[in-house]
Unconditional design. Structure first.
Lengths: 313, 303
């Protein structure tokens, strides 16, 4: 499935990963992900972490091809890793070191000269709002500050793509807002991001594209705006007859428009087949039947609705 | 408002994000960086004073014999001839200040590897341009470098000091002892690589520093005790199983470097047919086993 026409940041073709114990973590995943912010969505065990492991070249897929930033991961995992930043979900920071030391160390480990790494560490800690806490040991940091430090170490080498594994996990509402705001700014810095999460709200807020996986299979992939439009429906409120909803449903069915009655006055009309023309069809049907049209509201499903519908249909 | 007034009033600038356009190293630079960070950590650099006390105290302790030797040599420099070539400790014996070195390895080897696993730093490290082999090279290299330094620097103090206090002149001492210029670095390097590999391998088997340290000291103590019992039981003939004293094996190689044969008193393999070969095989075997353990432990990481 192709998300956009621009050169993909991530390309998977028939990607399958079966663990030695027989568990199939990914099954024939084929998707092209363009640069930008992408949400990788799925429940626990969906295959998100396995995909990250494969992208980092920490394991080899059982089958299929995976390219990151134009490089085949199996052919040159080192080249891929030098273009990636990674922010794990779990605690992963040396607790007895200061934030400045941690971030500059990971800059050096990414291949930056020591002096440049220290300068970059200062810059990115400033960026994530830890400028005043940079010389404090990470062990004394709050969860939010540790998350910021993790993000800073992922950004310190100015990667092309950063892999964010549940970046808002464990954060309070304010911390979550601030983290999402930071993640949302990455695209403006020229850094693509893949945000692995099961919180669809987070994806809807900061990502342009979404890839949904479930039990190792691709469920859906595409630009979020497009998905919301093409999977939307409108709610129509009608009156003038006791059976207004029933007759309207019948009339629309005759014109190949599917509907779902909500109550005596409301009916949901699917806009997937006819798009914006559906509005005209509804208007004409209401007029022909002599009904009263009280309201038409365009309703978009949330990403949760889309995921549930696509994953379990 | 003029520009001068604006500057005087101060201003807040959003510097935004500045992309990095400078040079980037590859795998070797990342490995070197990990080595450098590990050396720094083991020596307590950029850490609290408490982390510095132990390694630097050990270096001081390791240097004391050299200082005493040079000091006594200077004090008796005008004494009769038979006292002039005073040697409190020889270069060969100095390679074997192994108790201090084993103590050092027991403290620092777990400190440079255990927290990486316990605090789950490994996934971050391996998301950089590093492989498991690079990790092992950097960590073993760091400990080996420090053990080499702690073993070699006192020898330098001893050599330079002896040159300066020698009654026949520095040049005379230099030419008389020129062979130690290659014997010392080679035997010290053999010892440092071996201790570092064994120490880091044992430490890699656990997440807890204290357990790693106890494992190293315990291995040294138990194997030395068993080796000692075997040698004692041989009633002076040496035991072909004396190589079981795992931390004393490099001292046999030291003797091969310095003497060309095993030391008749110090080596438990002395008197055993092919004792030198057994020592070399034991050294190689333990070293390869340690490297195999390390490569297995760091063959992959969980995210």
């Amino acid at each position: 499935m192709q998300l956009a026409s621009s050169p993909p940041m991530l390309r998977a073709a028939g990607l399958t990963m079966t663990y030695p114990n027989g568990v199939v973590a990914l099954s024939g995943l084929t998707v092209d992900v363009p640069p930008g912010s992408v949400g990788l969505v799925g429940a626990n065990g969906a295959g998100k972490t396995t995909l990250f492991r494969l992208m980092l070249g920490l394991m080899r897929p059982t089958q299929g091809v995976l390219e990151v930033a134009g490089h085949r991961v199996d052919a040159d995992p080192i080249a891929v890793r030098s273009r990636l930043g990674y922010m794990p979900e779990h605690d992963c920071l040396p607790l007895d070191q200061t934030a400045a030391d941690v971030v500059s160390s990971f800059g050096e480990l990414a291949g930056l000269p020591a002096r440049a790494a220290r300068q970059r560490a200062s810059d990115v800690l400033d960026l994530v709002g830890l400028d005043e806490a940079r010389f404090r040991p990470v062990g004394g940091f709050s969860t939010g500050m540790r998350q910021r430090t993790k993000l800073a170490q992922a950004l310190v080498a100015d990667p092309e793509l950063v892999l964010l594994d549940e970046p808002t996990a464990g954060l309070d509402p304010l911390g979550r807002e601030e983290m999402l705001e930071l993640v949302g700014r990455l695209n403006g810095f020229g850094i693509s991001a893949i945000l692995a999460t099961h919180l669809l709200d987070d994806v809807q807020r900061v990502c342009q594209n979404v890839v949904m996986v479930d039990r190792g299979h691709l469920v859906l992939a595409g630009p979020i705006d497009q998905l919301m439009q093409t999977t939307g429906y409108m709610r129509v409120e009608v009156g003038g007859r006791d059976d207004a909803v029933a007759v309207l449903a019948q009339a629309l069915a005759a014109k190949d428009v599917s509907t779902t009655p909500v109550d005596a006055h409301h009916i949901d009309v699917d806009t997937q087949v006819h798009g914006d023309v559906t509005f005209d069809i509804v208007r004409d049907a209401v007029a022909d039947l002599g009904l009263r049209l009280y309201a038409v509201s365009t309703r978009h499903r949330s990403l949760d609705d889309v995921f549930l519908q696509e994953a379990y249909r | 408002m003029t520009a001068l007034h604006q500057a005087a009033a101060g201003a807040v600038y959003d510097r935004g994000y500045r992309p990095y356009t400078g040079p980037r190293g590859g795998r070797s630079e990342s490995t070197l960086a990990l080595w450098r960070l590990s050396v720094r950590r083991a020596l307590g650099l950029r850490r609290s004073w408490r982390q510095k006390v132990f390694p630097w105290s050990l270096l001081g302790l390791a240097t004391i014999p050299a200082i005493v030797n040079v000091g006594v040599g200077w004090a008796i420099r005008n004494n009769p001839v038979e006292m002039a070539d005073f040697a409190f400790i020889t270069y060969r014996e100095y390679v074997g200040v192994s108790t201090i070195l084993i103590l050092f390895v027991a403290l620092t080897a777990p400190d440079v590897v255990c927290p990486d696993r316990a605090q789950r730093v490994l996934p971050l490290l391996f998301s950089r341009p590093l492989t498991g082999v690079d990790y092992v090279v950097a960590k073993v290299g760091a400990i080996a470098f420090i053990v080499f330094g702690f073993s070699f620097l006192p020898q330098v103090v001893l050599f330079v000091g002896q040159m300066l206090v020698n009654k026949d002149g520095a040049l005379s001492y230099f030419t008389d002892h020129a062979e130690v210029l290659w014997q010392v670095p080679i035997s010290v390097a053999l010892l440092a690589i071996y201790y570092a590999a064994i120490g880091v391998a044992l430490a890699s088997l656990t997440d807890r520093r204290i357990v790693g340290g106890v494992a190293i000291l315990g291995t040294a103590f138990v194997t030395t005790a068993v080796g000692g019992i075997l040698v004692d039981a041989s009633q002076g003939d040496g035991s072909p199983l004396a190589w079981i004293s795992i931390f004393f094996v490099p001292l046999d190689l030291r003797d091969l470097v310095f003497l060309g044969h095993l030391h008749p008193v110090d080596s438990g393999l002395s008197g055993v047919n092919g004792g030198g070969l057994i020592a070399i095989l034991a050294y190689s075997g333990f070293l390869l086993a340690a490297i195999a353990v390390l490569l297995y432990r760091y063959r992959e990481v969980d995210l």
